[in-house]
Design a protein around this ligand. Structure first.
Ligand SMILES: [Zn+2]
Length: 177
């Protein structure tokens, strides 16, 4: 049983005194490291093909599960894919400034699953995942600067520890009162 400590909150990655221009810095590093991302290769396995197909941005299975859980525990007043703030959070509580991102483990390099890179087309996947991760970090930083709390709800946690995810969002919700 994982405790709520295992839930990763992106603001942990950004100490308050972090004054670096992450966007600029990360772009420079990224260009040095990965260069231009080549076009997507055809899926090399059934698993990857499945992950690629399930890469839709709205109403994913874990998102629906989490929304149902929020609703039944009385956490309402959220907006879906709220466009008025950085990153259009999957679930946003504008009144309390809480942004919840439901992250697919494959696409966002889940630290809990720690999946290895697909065996084929490694260069492409490495670049792709690096970009996704950087985009997530830039979004989190922008939100944090606007005094929003950011919660990352990983696909695997929603599947295996939904109550932990729910507790974390509840805590933010209470604090933001
Ligand atoms: Zn995961």
């Amino acid at each position: 049983m994982a405790s709520s400590k295992t839930i990763s909150n992106v603001w942990e990655f950004f100490p308050l005194n972090d004054k670096t221009n992450l966007k600029k810095k990360s772009r420079v590093i990224l260009n040095k490291k990965v260069g231009k991302i080549p076009p997507a290769p055809p899926p090399s396995s059934i698993a990857i093909s499945k992950s690629m197909k399930s890469n839709k941005s709205k109403n994913t299975k874990p998102e629906i599960l989490l929304r149902k859980a929020l609703w039944s525990s009385g956490l309402r007043g959220y907006r879906l894919n709220w466009k008025n703030i950085d990153g259009s959070p999957d679930i946003a509580f504008p009144g309390r400034k809480i942004a919840v991102f439901v992250h697919g483990c494959f696409w966002h390099s889940c630290p809990h699953c720690d999946k290895p890179l697909p065996k084929k087309n490694r260069g492409f996947w490495r670049a792709k995942f690096t970009r996704n991760k950087e985009r997530d970090q830039i979004t989190a930083k922008a939100l944090k600067e606007k005094d929003w709390r950011v919660v990352i709800a990983w696909e695997c946690q929603i599947k295996n520890n939904l109550s932990d995810v729910l507790n974390l969002i509840t805590k933010c919700h209470v604090k933001a009162k």
